[in-house]
Each structure stands twice: as C-alpha cells, then as structure tokens.
Design a protein around this ligand. Structure first.
Ligand SMILES: [Zn+2]
Ligand SMILES: [Zn+2]
Length: 586
C-alpha cells in the first residue's frame, strides 16, 4: 500500500463523515492526516515496519489505523463506513461544485445515488425548483459531469509514475534476464496519464515464464487480455497497464515504438520511408527489394536509432509531433533545462496565510535543497478564504524578512513578494506605496472564473500592464482532472507579456502545470521569460519544481528561458528592470 493510497482512504473517510453530517473536528482530523501522509517523503510501510510508534501531527487513533492498513491491506472502520452509503455517492462528491453536503441532500431528497442518476435527473428537469439548485448551479453541474466523464480514466503524472515504478521494481525482481522499461506517455512525461505502458525484452524461451511472473503481481485488480506479445490489465489503483513482451534482440525498436506519441511515430515513419527504410515495433527494415525480402537493421540504443536516419537523438519529452523531427534533422534539438539548473524558487506560502510551515522553516528547506534564494508570496487581502494579508500584516512580514535577510546573509537571499489576486476589473490588491515595498508581485486570478474569454483576457492584460506585476501566476487556473481553466486568449496575453516584460509562471504543482507546455514554445518565441514555481504551501513542497522541469522540457525550454536558473543578483536586477521598463511604457 503506497502513501498516496493510504491518504486516499483517509480522504474518503472524511467525505463519508461529511456526507453523514458528523463532527467537523473529526472530519478535519482525517483531512489533516491525509495531507500529512501525502506530503511525507518516507514510505509509511517502511516507517511502521521499522518500529516507529508515532508520526508528528497524527493522533494515536489515526496512527493505529495507518498501522492496520499497512499490516492488513485494509481498514475495517473504512469498510464499514463505505458499506453504509451507496458507493456512487462517493463519486458524486468528486464532482466540481457539488461536495458532500449537497450530494447527501440529493440522495436523501431525490434518491440520487450516482453520477448517472444525477445526469438523468438534470436531463429530466428534476432539479429545477429544488432549494439550493439555481439555473446556474445546474448548468455548472452539467459541465462538471461532462468533464468528469473525460477525466475519470486518467491519473496525474505522480500518481501513475509511482504505480509504474512499483510495478517495474516487481518485474525486475526475478532471475529471468531481460530489459525492462517504462514507455508511453509516462516516459514522455505528459501531465496526465491514461495507462502505464511497459516494454519487456526477454529470450523467446522465457516469454511464457515472464508472463506468469507478471500475472502474479499482487496489485492486479482484473486481467483484461492475455495475448502472444501483450497483456492488458487493471491495477487495484484503477490504472490500466499494457505490458509489451518482445524478443531480446528487439528491445530498442519496441521501446521507441511504444514510447510514441502516435503523431511522432507517424511523422517519423513517413520521413524514414523517403530515405528507403521502414520502421515498426518489430524493427528497422530496408525498403529495397532484396533476394531474402526485407533486411533488418540492428541498433543498440535510441541514439543509434535516430542517428541511422541522420537525426539528432530526440529526448522522449519532445516526441509529440510538434516539429521535433525537422529540428532533429537540422540539428536544432534544444538543450533543455534540467533540475540542477534551478538556483532558487519563487511562490511560497507560509503560516502568515494558508501555508503549513513557518517562513523560517520553509527558507531552511530551500537552503537544504541547495537554493540560494527564496521568493515569499503569501495570499493578498482579497483571498479571505486563505487568510489573505492586510496591508499592515504584509508590512510587518516585510520587516520580518528584512531581519531574516541579515541573519541569513551569505546563505540565502529572501525576496519579498505577494501573490496578489487579480480583481475582476484587472487591478491588484494594495496601494502603490505598499506594492513598491516589495521585490516582486505574482498576480493571479482566484475568483470570478465565469467571465467571457474576452473579458478574462482583458482582466489579465490589465494586470500585466500594472508596473508592480512581476509575473502572472497559474495562467489558466486549471486543476487537472478536476476543472478546465477559464477561457483566455493565450496568444494575445503572451504578446502583452512580451511587450511589458512580464514573466509567466510555470506553476509546478502536479494538479496545475500551468502554463501548459503546448504554449511554452510560443511564449519563448515571443521572448517571454518563464519562472518555474513550486507554489509551496509547506516545506516539503519546495521540490515540486521537478514536475515543472518536466513541463518546461516538453515545451522546449532551455536554461536561459527560465528566470530562476539565474544567480540571485541577476534575478534582483531583472525584477527591478521589469518595474522600470513598465513605468517608461506608461
Ligand atoms: Zn494562486
Ligand atoms: Zn499560490
């Protein structure tokens, strides 16, 4: 059982308790524990196996429940709770804009027990005139259902990656010799994953034995297909797996093929055909009519594979059919940014607003991660639900940071900032005097998502023109697998970001990864600088930036395209130059 799975059980318990209208403190306790577990870097199974008897922040009762899950694979209390309500209601709770209270109301008053029930009730007009369900709410629910249908088969990258790594480790744990690799969208590091693709190359005589080994994996929910070269099944976590079993001399071509994407492979195939080759999952063949038919060509790795066609090696992240083949032929593959290039991080929340750790604890975490600067940006006054800072609270934080900067001199530089709400008219929180005391301002939309595309675009452009706006936070506001972003004209916004030298954030939280990689190439082309930000709400989230690196690489970003690959002094200069530049334009 993984930490994420255990956290998931606690989250579901909280949902059920809320549906049943139980004690809010009890509900909080489960949600808190779920949060702590999902942020832990150590494996709970190891911790408990190692004899540890408590976890900071988790009470005795919940700790013993974790122990029960780790030791037995399930939790009697949860099983009992889950049996007490129709299972479809838990799915209903996941719908954006519904939540446990309303789901329970619909169940008790209209006997709605599942998403299908709800959809039928909406179509039949049964929700009209029901208390708490205005026309707008119903319309939004209809949209949420549509989105849910698309989303429910997919998983966030870290969730799928964790499952795939566990499976890969299991597959390697046999004495059957072979090559094993994760392929598919996971290898291309896309933001959400539909299924896990694994390529295995073993000697033909061992294929049967290896398939048996795979089918013995303890995490399998059901097997869907067993064929000569492929097995498809569903894991207990709900994720689909396809295992491709090929002969030991065909690993490279199979790995390349099953890494995809389809678009990349199609374009590649057309390109190599022009020079007299054919490729597929079985190998590379010369196209010429020869006495023995097609000649097969051997390669030892993917560099040789692409090299054979006079191409540069194409890293998996780039294989999306968006110009990488032409680039590889012209030796124009970008030298993409890497984890080790990051020198500091922006966008950190602390206990001043809705962060879980104190400012000092987070700054210490940044030092431990090897960063030489940290940009603190708590929520602004309009974000009342996140305990946003009043002007005087912000000013006292500024004084506090000034003191800390003296203390940490030579170790880390703390930049003073704010994540200011972009109000519906495009203005920011605070007056110019307060804003001018800050080193940087991240301007983000957190409210009024239902504007038209043109109004939302204007709202963000107005924020870009503000001389104090350093960067725009999470550009589209999307929450992957939960809700689409609000509609905006990204190209137009990037034009203004370029003219006003405003940085665009690449929010690295796995649920956001916003700006989308599909727009990064365009942003870079327009000379817009990006900043890879963890949007950290606790010390352990500082290294979420690694997911942002994946996204930046998918968008062809190089080191120089990213603000926080620079030294603190260079960054400081850039921050002031943005303000000066905008004041001149005004
Ligand atoms: Zn935000
Ligand atoms: Zn934030």
């Amino acid at each position: 059982m993984t930490n994420i799975e255990i956290a998931g059980i606690f989250e579901k318990i909280a949902d059920i308790l809320e549906i049943k209208n139980e004690n809010p403190f009890k509900i909080r306790a489960y949600l808190n524990a779920s949060g702590i577990i999902s942020r832990m870097s150590e494996n709970l199974t190891d911790i408990i196996g190692g004899g540890q008897t408590d976890i900071q922040g988790i009470g005795k009762d919940l700790f013993s429940k974790i122990k029960e899950i780790v030791n037995t694979g399930h939790l009697a209390y949860y099983d009992e709770l889950a049996d007490s309500i129709p299972s479809g209601i838990l799915e209903l709770v996941r719908l954006h804009g519904l939540g446990p209270r309303k789901a329970n109301f619909l169940y008790e008053n209209l006997n709605i027990k599942s998403i299908d029930n709800l959809r039928n009730a909406i179509d039949a007009g049964k929700l009209y005139n029901v208390r708490g369900f205005g026309e707008k709410t119903i319309e939004n629910l209809r949209k949420s259902i549509e989105e849910y249908m698309v989303f429910r088969q997919r998983f966030l990258y870290p969730v799928a990656a964790e499952q795939a790594l566990l499976l890969e480790a299991y597959l390697q744990n046999t004495d059957i010799k072979g090559d094993i690799a994760i392929a598919g969208s996971l290898r291309r590091k896309t933001e959400t994953i539909g299924d896990i693709n694994i390529v295995v190359a073993v000697k033909d005589k061992n294929k049967k034995k290896f398939k048996e080994w795979f089918l013995n994996y303890g995490e399998i929910l059901r097997v869907e297909f067993v064929g000569e070269t492929r097995i498809s099944l569903v894991l207990k976590s709900g994720i689909n797996v396809s295992l491709h079993i090929v002969s030991d001399d065909n690993f490279v071509c199979a790995l390349q093929h099953f890494t995809g994407s389809k678009l990349h492979n199609e374009e590649l195939r057309m390109t190599v055909r022009k020079c007299g080759y054919d490729i597929n999952e079985h190998g590379i063949f010369t196209n010429k009519e020869t006495a023995g038919g097609k000649d097969r060509i051997r390669v030892n790795n993917e560099s040789e594979f692409y090299g054979l066609f006079a191409m540069q090696y194409i890293p998996p992240e780039l294989r999306e059919g968006v110009g990488e083949i032409t680039a590889a032929l012209n030796r124009d593959i970008p030298d993409m940014v890497e984890e080790k290039d990051l020198k500091g991080v922006f966008h950190i929340h602390t206990t001043y607003t809705d962060g879980k750790d104190s400012l000092e604890v987070i700054v210490e975490a940044c030092i431990r991660e090897g960063y030489s600067y940290a940009g603190i940006s708590d929520h602004s006054v309009s974000a009342y639900y996140a305990n946003g800072l009043s002007a005087s609270e912000l000013e006292s934080q500024i004084e506090y940071i000034d003191r800390l900067n003296k203390k940490y001199k030579g170790r880390v530089k703390i930049f003073k900032g704010i994540e200011s709400d972009i109000l519906s008219d495009g203005s920011l929180d605070y007056n110019d005097k307060t804003l001018s005391m800050l080193d940087f301002v991240i301007a983000s939309v957190h409210s009024k998502f239902n504007m038209s595309e043109s109004m939302m675009t204007e709202r963000i452009i107005k924020a870009i023109k503000n001389p104090y706006t350093t960067m725009i936070g999470h550009l589209t506001g999307r929450l992957l697998l939960e809700r689409n972003g609000y509609p905006i004209n990204v190209s137009k916004i990037l034009d203004y970001a370029s003219e006003y030298k405003t940085i665009i954030e690449l929010n690295a939280r796995p649920k956001r990864l916003d700006i989308d990689w599909r727009y990064i190439k365009e942003a870079i082309g327009k000379g817009v600088l990006l900043s890879i930000n963890p949007d950290a709400h606790d010390a352990s989230s500082v290294n979420l930036v690694n997911y942002g690196i994946n996204t930046a690489r998918k968008g062809w970003a190089e080191k120089t395209d990213i603000l926080n690959t620079r030294d603190a002094s260079v960054v400081a200069n850039i921050l002031t130059s943005i303000r000066d530049h905008k004041k001149k334009l005004k």
